[in-house]
Design a protein. Structure first.
Length: 384
């Protein structure tokens, strides 16, 4: 094993960093290791008490045995308590902790390892957190022989890269989660987000923005560059984008602004153009001039769910249904006709809303409900 080719070693290391970006490739990494070590390979995370585990990727292990390990046999390993104290990068084997006969008498060996034709086992601590630890575990049949010093050296080399790969994955995961949280909030409020360079070329657009662009009304994309519905609006839009991108993180005059983008049917899309505070870094570490555009439909009809309004404002179902209808653009008379409710009853419900919320006009109801971003996000999440 000490004479592994440089090409194969680099291939294994490359797999690690590929998997940090695309986690499904961990399977290919453990497949390569299982073939190289003539046995099985697995990446496993266990809790600090060594009572439960999750196998993230495994090769050579039957799925039924993998499930039984996670549910039961993880805690039955005779060295389970020992794994809680191993340092990152430390390798241990059962034979380093138990004599051969003691090892072969254990439930774990007889009921889990032996049926899979596993005898020799080696495990290395790859990462450790407050409540869990991650291990790279290799195993193989008795006939394949003990793990040798050269094999342990290879595991240590790979472990150093695994630590970096896992740290990279955690950073990327955190960034992805932040992006998804932002997208969820914006989409719940019906707001599109578009990242552009200084010339108006689109680098990213969330789903709401993609819908606006596909609609081709008020804002369109031609050769990956934004254009508005009229020449004057396009000129103003690109001028604001360029100013915002050049200013960078500054927020003084000329760094963007708001703009109405006219549509064919007379309505408008509303756009906010602003600098991207963090800037955007290219592959060489340089800064790319960028701007961020938030966009919404000025005529968007918001459909808030009565059940959410009941919980948020302490309304009855009848009151919440009325509030939802008013926010959606219905008049009191229209709502009464649509629901078959007497006008006097509808007015009573409105007065009760006024009393509970300390509002005084029908416009207060609409404005107050729309001020709740939570209600709008909840409506979006539930398909309203």
């Amino acid at each position: 094993m000490s004479n592994i080719s440089e090409e194969r070693l680099l291939g294994l290391i490359r797999r690690i960093y590929d998997a940090a970006l695309e986690p499904q490739q961990w399977q290919e990494f453990v497949d390569d290791l299982a073939g190289l070590f003539s046995g099985t390979a697995a990446l496993t995370t266990q809790d600090s008490g060594a009572q439960a585990a999750t196998i993230s990727a495994a090769s050579g292990i039957d799925p039924a045995f993998a499930r039984s390990y996670e549910a039961y046999y993880c805690a039955r390993r005779p060295w389970a308590n020992h794994t809680g104290t191993t340092a990152v990068g430390q390798i241990f084997t059962p034979r380093s902790l138990f004599d051969r006969k003691a090892y072969e008498r254990t439930e774990y060996f007889n009921d889990w390892l032996k049926p899979q034709d596993i005898y020799h086992l080696s495990s290395c601590t790859v990462a450790r957190a407050d409540d869990s630890a991650t291990f790279l575990t290799l195993s193989r049949p008795y006939r394949a022989g003990e793990f040798a010093a050269g094999e342990f050296a290879l595991v240590r080399t790979l472990t150093a890269h695994l630590q970096q790969g896992l740290a990279l994955h955690q950073r990327l995961l955190a960034m992805t989660q932040e992006r998804d949280l932002l997208a969820l909030g914006l989409e719940g409020l019906g707001v599109g987000a578009i990242l552009v360079d200084g010339a108006g070329h689109v680098r990213f657009a969330n789903e709401i923005a993609e819908d606006f662009l596909r609609g081709g009304d008020g804002l369109v994309l031609r050769q990956r560059r934004l254009q508005a519905g009229t020449a004057a609006a396009t000129s103003a839009l690109l001028r604001m984008i360029n100013a915002a991108a050049r200013i960078g993180g500054a927020l003084d005059e000329g760094s963007g602004g708001v703009l109405a983008l006219p549509c064919d049917d007379g309505r408008s899309l509303h756009a906010l153009i602003c600098p991207l505070p963090a800037g955007k870094i290219d592959q060489w570490g340089g800064r790319i001039a960028s701007a961020l555009i938030f966009i919404s439909d000025a005529a968007r009809n918001v459909a808030l769910r009565p059940a959410d309004l009941m919980r948020l404002y302490g309304l009855t179902r009848a009151e919440a249904k009325l509030m939802s209808a008013l926010v959606g653009g219905q008049s009191l008379d229209d709502y009464a006709d649509a629901t078959g409710t007497g006008r006097a009853t509808v007015k009573t419900h409105l007065q009760q809303i006024f009393q509970k919320m300390d509002w005084h006009r029908q416009s207060d109801v609409v404005r107050g409900a729309l001020a709740s971003g939570i209600a709008q996000i909840a409506a979006f999440r539930n398909g309203s």
